[in-house]
Write a protein of this length. Structure first.
Length: 316
């Protein structure tokens, strides 16, 4: 086991304990955690910083407001319901349309029909804290449903792919695209069975993928190759991710973005404890890139300059 650990270290693989002790505890002050753990606050801070986010249609903060849900979505064909303090995609429902045959029924991204009463029951569970990180009372957000860019149409199953960028001391260090699958129920979450495809930081072109910690070349449901896709507006995505450091005050974070068909890149959320599977998707370790950032770190560099450094230093 010691030999295996040494070999991983030689390849620059960052371990969980090292991530927690050396980066999260050292660079992420606890007082700033609400800025990323509460998606409503994250959205507010991002807007103040001029960052684009999905439109917020309404917030349901207590049980007495659940009945207002019908009015919030009365004129909407599609929308997303999510817990403000949820994690790992739990509690998120993506509504893509209304049933033409069943009154007051909605169609989820999976194709399943769900009634208005069932949606209100789900919202009630969110407010009660069923999906919150702490188990405490939560808020339900009703927001714009993203229409993903067609570049991902062959490598996504009934869901919206997103882009995770790991940012260290304001510098984008590594990225991957998370592709929904049948197993993940259309959610871009690796722990639920989505595919993570590494990204060449220089070009924004996808590399091979990872599925359940195993390297894959094809999407399990569509059979399409996950490598070789050019992510649109890559420079903008890197610069926006770099700006996340100033917005949150966190020195080690994950920035999650989606590319909307009409609106371009949008900030979905930010994370103070991003996972490490991104290293498998990129077939390289984070530790070496973090060490390089420490060597060239410039506290006066602007987000666009830090993004340019990432493209130059971390090309495949």
């Amino acid at each position: 086991m010691v030999a295996a650990a040494r070999k991983l270290r030689e390849h620059g693989v960052l371990g969980l304990n090292e991530r927690n002790a050396d980066f999260i505890m050292r660079l992420n002050p606890r007082r700033f955690y609400p800025r990323v753990d509460d998606k409503a606050l994250t959205k507010e801070l991002a807007l103040e910083a001029g960052m684009a986010v999905p439109d917020l249609y309404g917030i349901i903060e207590h049980q007495g407001q659940v009945r207002q849900f019908a009015d919030m979505v009365r004129d909407l064909e599609s929308f997303v319901i999510k817990p403000a303090q949820g994690s790992g995609g739990d509690g998120i429902l993506v509504v893509t349309g209304r049933s033409e045959r069943k009154r007051n029924s909605f169609r989820l991204s999976s194709g399943v029909l769900i009634s208005e009463d069932e949606l209100q029951y789900h919202i009630s569970n969110i407010v009660s804290g069923q999906y919150s990180l702490s188990g405490n009372r939560d808020k339900a957000l009703i927001e714009y449903c993203v229409r993903f860019d067609p570049v991902f149409s062959e490598v996504s199953y009934q869901g919206v792919p997103d882009i995770r960028v790991i940012v260290y001391r304001g510098y984008p260090a590594m990225a991957m695209v998370r592709l929904p699958t049948r197993a993940s129920d259309g959610k871009a979450n690796l722990h639920q069975g989505a595919v993570g495809a590494g990204v060449d930081m220089s070009s924004g072109v996808t590399l091979k993928g990872v599925l359940n910690d195993e390297i894959v070349e094809e999407h399990p449901d569509t059979g399409a190759l996950v490598a070789g896709l050019q992510i649109p507006q890559w420079d903008f995505i890197l610069e926006t991710s770099a700006k996340g450091c100033e917005v949150t005050g966190l020195g080690y974070l994950g920035v999650d973005m989606v590319i909307d068909h009409d609106r371009g890149p949008l900030i979905l959320e930010m994370n103070a404890r991003p996972g490490l599977n991104i290293q498998i998707a990129n077939c390289t370790g984070l530790a070496n890139r973090i060490a390089r950032i420490d060597e060239i770190y410039d506290e006066n560099a602007a987000p666009n300059e830090r993004a340019a450094v990432a493209r130059r230093e971390f090309a495949v």
